[in-house]
Design a protein around this ligand. Sequence first.
Ligand SMILES: Cc1cc2nc3c(=O)[nH]c(=O)nc-3n(C[C@H](O)[C@H](O)[C@H](O)COP(=O)(O)O)c2cc1C
Length: 259
Amino acid sequence: MKGLLYYFSGTGNTKWSAEVFKKEFENLHKEIVIKNIEEEESIDLKGYNYLIIGTPVHAEFPPRIVMDFVNKLPVNDKNIKCIVYSTQGANSAAATEYIKRQLESKGYEVLVQIALRFANNYYFGVGVQRSEEEIADFCRKAEEKIKLAAEKFLKGEQFKEKSSGARVFFAKISHNGFSKMLPKLSASLTSTEECSKCGICLRNCPKGNITFEEGHAVFHSKCMMCTRCIHLCPINAIRYKGKKINQVQKKMIKSLELK
Ligand SMILES: Cc1cc2nc3c(=O)[nH]c(=O)nc-3n(C[C@H](O)[C@H](O)[C@H](O)COP(=O)(O)O)c2cc1C
């Protein structure tokens, strides 16, 4: 039995969780291959018995890059079973419900659907900033839930944290509103005079949305607001609406394979 885990992660929470899934499956003598949705041009499920999809939550739903990926998945004619997980700042979100429904419409069987609470990487837009202790506690609880999810999944048992139809309905409205606001939110990003043009934000932006002009980083209108550049900048020189942001993802972002 071999599994494939596809994830997108802006600032590390979802990738960190992917590594925990891999470790827990390996403890149960099962192999998982991890793939980054950002780098996958074609989807090949040949040779895999199960599929895991991990996503952050952006305004209740998965970001567009994950939705597009799920929509591109082939129809399941090989009895592939699935786990869907989200990472988000609140206790729950409608994101896994969206993915589960898409998967089921293509013939996949979703046994596990879980929401893992982490620090909100967009606390400066909506929500609250978490302390280091709270973040460590979220990580511990996420590890416990992933362990349980892996055990149940491999026994063929269900573990589903579902969202109601009403929640999905309102999530759709909220996500559509957020998507329309994205170009405006992009315009909220600026870099300061201190920007040393190291290029780390430019190389790692999932949308190729950053260039260097007149001595510092410039942000164009394709931003998906994953906040990676903000949390990644080695000298914290990126501002949101002119404000300096506490880089709460400093530890988690290290789990990403940065360029
Ligand atoms: C633009 C944006 C919107 C977000 N919306 C929500 C939300 O609706 N609900 C929530 O609980 N968390 C929300 N979050 C927080 C992220 O889902 C959370 O920090 C997630 O774990 C980030 O995962 P990553 O580090 O893998 O990118 C949002 C984050 C961003 C950047």
